[in-house]
Write a protein that binds this ligand. Sequence first.
Ligand code: C2E
Ligand code: CA
Ligand code: CA
Length: 807
Amino acid sequence: MHEEILGQYNWWLVVLSIAVSILSSYTALLLVRRMMQTEGAVRWKWLLIGSLTFGVGIWSMHFVAMLAYKMDMVVTYKAWGVTLSVIAAIFSSFLAFYLISRKERRWFHHILGSVLIGLSIVSMHYIGMDAMEMGMRIEYDPLWVALSIGIALAASFAALQLFTISANVKREEADYTNLKWWGSSLGMGAAISGMHYTGMYSASFHPMEEEKISSAVPVIDPTLLGLCIAFGVMATIGFLIKLIAFDTKMESTTDRLHLANQMYKSIVESANDAVITSDASGRVLSWNRAAERIFGHRKEEMYGKSLRKLTPGPYEEGDLSKMVQVIGRTVELEGLHKAGHTFPVELSLAKIDDHGKVFYIGIIRDITERKEAHARIQELVFKDDLTQLPNRRALYEYLFESMQKEKSDASSAVMFLDLDRFKHVNDVYGHRIGDLLLSETAERMRGCLDEEDLLVRQSGDEFVVVLPEPSEGEARRKAESIMKAMALPFLIDDREIYMSVSIGISLFPKDGHDSELILKHADTAMYQAKQSGGNQYVFFTNQISAMISRKVQLEAGLRKAVERGEIEVHYQPQIKVSTGDVIGFEALVRWRHPHLGMISPAEFIPIAEETKLIIPLGELVLREACVQFQKWVDAGYKVERIAVNLSSVQFRQPSFLKVVERVMEETGMAPRHLEFELTESIVQDSETAIPVMHELKRRGFTLSLDDFGTGYSSLSYLKDFPLDTLKIDKSFIQTINENYKERAVVDAIISIAAKLDLSVIAEGVETLEQLEYLQGVGCEEYQGYYFSPPLSSEKVWTLLKKCALSQ
Ligand code: C2E
Ligand code: CA
Ligand code: CA
C-alpha cells in the first residue's frame, strides 16, 4: 500500500463547479419543461438538448471540480473514458427526462426518473474518475461511495419532485424567478456536487512507482483551465436560456395567431350577419352559416362562384368596380335569394391587401324586418288617419327631396286647395258629417289626378296637390276637373251638401326656388281665390304677391297707427228725404298712413278684423264719434244721431257692452243719439247676437242693419231682431235708374220695412234721379255723395254752420 496523496482544494473552483452544476441543472430542466409544453417532433429536440446540457453540465462540473483538487501532478484523460462517461450521463438523463415528462405520469416514473438522473451523475463521476491518467491508483471507501450514490439519488428525487410541481404551473404564470423552479435546480445541483465531493471523499489517491511524472507534458494552469471550461459552459447555458426564451415567444405568437384564427372562425360562424370573403375578381372564398341562411345557397354551392349571384341583375351594384366605391361605408342594396326573391340588405365592405393580393370581406345584413318596421312607422307618421292620404309631414319631405335635386330642367306645380265655407258645414251638420265630407272630397280629388301626382291633406279642409313636371295647361285642366268634381252635391246621411273649393297654383321653379316658398305662394294664390269669392283657381303672380306684401305692410303699420294718432274719423251726413235736413252723421274711419297716404277702411278693416286690432280701433272710433257729437250738441247744433259701424269681431267680444258703457260715461253721450250699424255677419250668429242686441236696445241705443240685401240671410228672420232701421246697400241704389230688378228689390225692402215697422235709409245716393226715385217710393232718409261725401270734423263744423244759417 503506497502512501496516500492528499490534494488541496482551490475554493474558487469549487464554488464555480457548484455554480456550473446548478446552472446546467436549471437549463436542463428549463429545456425539459419546454419540451413538455410542445407537441410533436420538436419535443425530441428539446429533450435531446436538455439531456445534452445536463450531461455536459455534469461533466464540466466534474472536470472543474477535479481541477479544484490540486494534487502536485499532471492529469490527463483517456478519451474513450471521457466519451463514455459523458454518453452515460447524457443517455441516462435522456431516459430520466423522458420518463418524467410523460403526460400520464405515475409515481414509479418519478422514482425511475430520479434513479436514472442519479445514475447519470454517479456513472459520469466514476467513469470520469477512471478516465483520468495521472500515475495514481485510486482506492474507494465503499461506505462513502454508497453515501455519494445515496446523495445523488435523494437529491435528484427531491429536485424532480420540485420540478414536476413547478413544471405544472401554467406557462403564463411560470417565470424564471419561481422559487420551486430554483429549488429544483438547486436540488439537482446538490445532487451533482454533493455526489461529486462525497465521491471524492471516498477516494484516496496512491502513487504508482512505475509511472514517472513526465515533465515534457505541457502544463496548463488548472485554475485557468477550470475557469475557461466553467465560463464556456455557462456561456453555452446562457445561450440556451436565451434560445428558450425566444422560442417561447415565437411559439406564443403563433399560438396567438392560431387562437385568433380559431376565434375568428367561431365568431364568423356564429354571426347573425353573412360574412363573405372574395378574391379580387369577386369569387367567393368563404361563406358562413348566416350567409347560407340569408341567401339560401350552401357553402359548397358558393365557393369559387361570383358574387353577382347575390344581386338581382341587371343591377350595377353587384359590379365589383362599383363595389370598390363603397369600401369603408355601409350601403343598402337589393339581395337575391336562391329562391329568386329579392330582399333589402345592408353591406359593409372592407378590402384587404395582402402584399398586392386583394381580398374583400363583406358583412351583409338582412334588413327586411328593419325596413318593414320603418315602413310601418312611416305609415303612422306620414299618413292622415281620416282620408288615408299622405299628410303634411309627407308633403314637406317630398317637396324638400324633389326640389333639393336642383335639376335645372325639373319643374312641378303645387296646388293649394281650400274648401269654401267648410267651417259652416262643421257648425251646421257637426264634425262627423264634416269628416265624411272630407273623406269623400279626398276621393273625388284623387279621382281627378294621375297616379304620379301627389295629393296630401295639409290640415283641416286644406289639401295640397303636387304635379311633377306639368305644363301650365295641365295644372289648369286638373284644377278645373277638381272644381267640377267638387261641384256635384255630396250625399251624406241622406243630406245633400254643396261644396266648392278655392285653388291657388304656383309653379316651380318660376314662382320660387324652394319648397317652402312654392307652398307659400300657392297658399297666397289660394287666398286670393278666396278673396275674390272662392270657387275658383288662381295662379300665383307677382301682383298677388305685391298685394299680399302690402297687406303685410299694412298689418304691421296698423298696430302702431292707433298709438301714433294716424287714425281719423270722418263723418258723412244723413239727410231726411222729405225736408233735406241733416239729421245725423255716419262715423267712418280713416287711416292717414305716413308713406302710403290715405288708406280706405275697405282695405284695412278686414286686416284689423283678422288681427283683432279692430277691438282697440273700434273703441277709438266710438269714443271719437261720441266726443265729436257732444261738441256739436254743446255748440247748440241740433244733430239727432251719430251712427257708428260695428264689426262682428267687436260685437262678439265679451267685454263689448262694458266698453260701450264706459265710453258713454266718459263722454257723457246719451244712448238714444247713438246708432250702431250692424252687418249681416253679426246677426247671422243669432244665438249670441240677439241677447246683446236686446241689451243695447234696453239701454236706449238704436240699431240699424247695414248693407241690407247683399247678404245670404233671408228676410224672414228680420222679425226676430230688435232692429230700428234697414240700410239699403248702395249697390241697389246705384243701378236703380237702369235696372228694374234693382228697383224691385228696393221697393220690396221698403214695403217689408214698413210692415215690420222699421225705418229705411238708402246709402250711396249720387244723383238727383236716385234721390227722386227714393222720394217716390217713400224712403225716409238717405246719405251719399249727392249731398256730401264723408267729411273731416272741421268740414262738418262748416257744414253745420251753413245749415244753421240757412234754417
Ligand atoms: P259702409 O258702412 O257701407 O260705409 C259706406 C261707405 O260708402 C263708405 O266708404 C263711404 O265713403 C261710401 N260712400 C258714401 N257715399 C257714397 C256714394 O255716394 N257713392 C259711393 N260709391 N260710396 C259712397 P268708406 O268710408 O270707404 O268705408 C268702407 C267700409 O268700411 C264701410 O262701409 C264699413 O263697412 C267699413 N268701415 C268704415 N269705418 C268703419 C268703422 O269705424 N268701423 C267698422 N267696423 N267698419 C268701418
Ligand atoms: Ca255703415
Ligand atoms: Ca253700407
